[in-house]
Design a protein around this ligand. Structure first.
Ligand code: PHB
Length: 403
């Protein structure tokens, strides 16, 4: 019977809340196996495409994007990095991923991953509704959950599904649907944020530079030959309006300065944002017919470049268990999801926290703190095991649980 409060009713095995990389990659993987999805997102496609995000992908994630037929644009336009630079005490120290652990990472902005996935959904006839309002998820403790939302044209839609996946990012509303008394939230706030810029300037270095200095942390990344992405540690309450180009460059130059005379190539700053971050995990990752994936379930500080990789790992595991749940073994298959996803999540939590503490200066820190930190950095770059630890964590872990 038609429901008078909605204009359309659709039935699919899996409804996905959130059309970021996690939601779209899940829809893509399920679609390849013949399982239909409907993905909804409150943001417009343009909004998602123009929000700057991080840019490092593990080689496994790149392989998955290419081999599952999302796109091979990454192989042409992305850049494989076989190492990275840690800069401290005014000196560069290269961590050679290839030589240390036989791995590499790819610099390819998350916004491009999103574009490739959104195009692939379109090409493959998948349904994605951008710009929806009033999203509601209903009946998640039954085996017939529903999603309701209002489309851009004002029409009301109902999606009936067997499972609903909450891939709605770090400000997830889906995770709030797990009852307060049944969920645990683990988290940590940091007394600093990142000031992120895009600058129209030539590339300053062939690989990323993670710089520690007495003035604070800075990260030098790239986008194209003519556009660079850089960050520096700032106060979480910093205002972008207080940062004219001169002040941005002076700050960045001071944080990378050294005995080698290294200087960044400067140019007009065309975008500036203060990025707050935290460490966060919510458990369980599943409640009834609702499953959480990506930032909705866990977020990490950007220092270890783990966020996007974790989200893609979640949905790889999730597509696998959802297919088993829908096709043969029933919902017991979903019991595998949390343990397989969480092992990697907590490893990444540890690494991201460690990298963040290793490189940022703590406001109000003492000279002891600074010297101890230099000692730790020396241990990392000065021993093969230290370098290998960083290389192994930064480039990712094997996808199967490890003991
Ligand atoms: C970036 O290129 O935006 C980027 C790279 C590495 C990080 C964070 C951000 O750790």
């Amino acid at each position: 019977m038609a429901d008078v409060t909605v204009d359309t009713v659709a039935s699919v095995p899996v409804a996905v809340i959130g059309a970021g990389p996690a939601g779209l990659m899940l829809a893509h993987l399920l679609g390849r196996a013949g399982v239909e999805t409907i993905v909804v997102d409150t943001r417009t496609r343009r909004e998602i495409e123009t929000t700057q995000r991080a840019g490092i992908l593990e080689a496994d994630a790149v392989r998955d994007l290419v081999e599952t037929g999302v796109s091979d644009r990454i192989l042409r336009e992305g850049h494989e990095h076989e190492g990275t630079e840690l800069r401290f005490g005014g000196r560069p120290h290269r961590i050679d991923f290839k030589e240390l652990v036989g791995a590499s990472v790819w610099l390819y902005p998350q916004t491009d991953v999103f574009t490739d996935l959104a195009d692939a959904r379109k090409r493959d006839g998948g349904t994605v509704h951008f710009g929806v309002k009033d999203t509601e998820v209903l009946d998640i403790t039954t085996d017939a959950p529903r999603v309701r939302c209002t489309a851009v044209d004002g029409t009301r839609h109902e999606i009936r599904a067997r499972f609903v996946v909450g891939a709605d990012g770090s400000r997830s509303m889906c995770r709030d649907l797990v009852p307060e008394g049944r969920r645990t939230r683990y988290g940590k706030e940091y007394p600093f944020a990142w000031f992120g810029i895009l600058a129209e300037a030539p590339t300053s270095a062939p690989e990323l530079i993670y710089a520690h200095s007495e003035h604070g942390f800075a990260l030098i990344s790239q986008r194209t030959e003519n556009v660079q992405r850089m960050y520096f540690q700032c106060d979480p309450n910093e205002s972008v309006d207080a940062w004219p180009d001169d002040r941005v460059w002076e700050t960045l130059q001071a944080r990378v300065a050294g005995q080698d005379g290294f200087r960044l190539k400067e140019g007009p700053v065309v975008e500036r944002t203060v990025l707050r971050f935290r460490s966060f995990v919510q458990e369980p990752m599943r409640w009834g017919s609702l499953v959480l994936a990506g930032d909705a379930a866990h977020t990490v500080p950007p220092t270890g470049a783990r966020g996007l990789n974790l989200a893609l790992h979640d949905v790889k595991v999730l597509s696998d268990v959802l297919l088993r749940a829908l096709v043969d073994t029933g919902e017991a298959a979903l019991d595998d999801y949390q343990p397989r996803a969480l092992q990697r999540v907590w490893r990444a939590q540890n690494f991201s926290y460690w990298m963040t503490r290793l490189l940022h200066t703590v406001p109000g820190g003492t000279p002891f703190d600074m010297r101890r930190q230099i000692g730790e950095l020396d241990n990392v770059v000065g021993t093969r095991s230290g370098r290998a630890y960083l290389a192994e964590q930064y480039t990712g872990w094997p996808t199967r649980p490890q003991h």
